[in-house]
Design a binder for this molecule. Sequence first.
Ligand SMILES: *Cc1c(COP(=O)(O)O)cnc(C)c1O
Length: 424
Amino acid sequence: MSNYHIDTRCVQAGYQPKNGEPRVLPIAQSTTYKYDSSETVGKLFDLAEEGFFYTRLANPTVDAVEKKIAALEGGIGAMCTSSGQAANMIAVLNICSAGDHFISTSTIYGGTMNLFGVTMKKMGIEVTFVDPDAPLEELQKEIRENTKLVFAETISNPSLVVVDLEKFATLAHSNNIPFFIDNTFATPVNCRPIEYGADIVIHSTSKYLDGHAVSLGGVIVDSGNFNWDNGKFPGLSTPDESYHGMVYTRDCGKAAFLTKARVQLMRDMGSTPSPNNAFLLNLGMETLHLRMERHCSNAQKVAEYLEKNEQISWVNYPGLKGNKYYDLAEKYLPNGSCGVISFGVKGGRDAAMKFMDSLQLAAIVVHVADARTSVLHPASTTHRQLNDQQLIDCGITPDLIRMSIGIESADDIIADIEQGLAKL
Ligand SMILES: *Cc1c(COP(=O)(O)O)cnc(C)c1O
């Protein structure tokens, strides 16, 4: 499948039926799998043979979806999780334990910010949040002896910072540590971070990949490019006593990271996606390339409309010429960034709330990146756990409205905004 264009991979990668099998990916709604001999099952546990034995670890429907996402991102494999939060958690815990440190950009999703800054801190893992725009020399100063990875979001949710992928890849690799990227907003249709040096790509599939706001999910994609056997990652390069002495780098080659994530962390934590959700995710991804095109062209039209409107104090969209991240978006996201824009209404917080309440087509929902246009006020919802300084560090002001532009008619979306503004 890898020689096909991304559009074709969206539709057909992952599941390729053999003669007489269902044309459409079947839902293997089963927790377990039947075998004729206990020896075979033993071999499965030893990873000496390939096959399914328990859905917490692997399931045929989920497996097909993992193969599709790996094909889209250009990775050697992927592991789906029950949510984006679980994906970020497992990805980091796979190489960090108490006493370790890592670096993350400060402009990341609020949930990830809490996971890293609060919950992981309680587990003894320390994070340093850095300014995504800081020069390489500044960032280098934050690297410590025990720093295990560098984390960023391709396009940050919701501040829409486009990160310089090559800068962060250089920072990571010059220190012999991997670069993790959350590629949720860009999707592999608009950016494939592995091509710019990312080692591990993470998604909340609950957003554009699903695309219809029907199922939560996450995924970890492994590029297979990072050398984990460099002395910094003993969890991967020394025997895992909890998995009868397996040495992931020795026994699993390029799939070392993913295998550990699955047979150790997924085994123990169990944040597995359901086969039914995997089916829905696959269905969503079959139109990902079409939807992203429309999300981006609609968002561009809405952003340009808002920019000219006198009731709007500012507009943030990487596709606008005057945007701080326009050049980085041109470089890394030449076909479009995403469908999310943010802006401020003159009159601050109160005007923002009143405007949102007046919208008829766009609904107030705690979600982004699905087919329907929606709005949200991050300061009072997704990011309400953060204090004012953390809000500013995340790139969020009290008047910020996050609008997720759907795939309806751009004219109707703009007309809705217009009538909402007229009520102020
Ligand atoms: C939504 C989101 C997450 C969390 O994903 P869930 O599926 O809601 O757990 C993580 N990162 C980004 C960038 C997101 O937008």
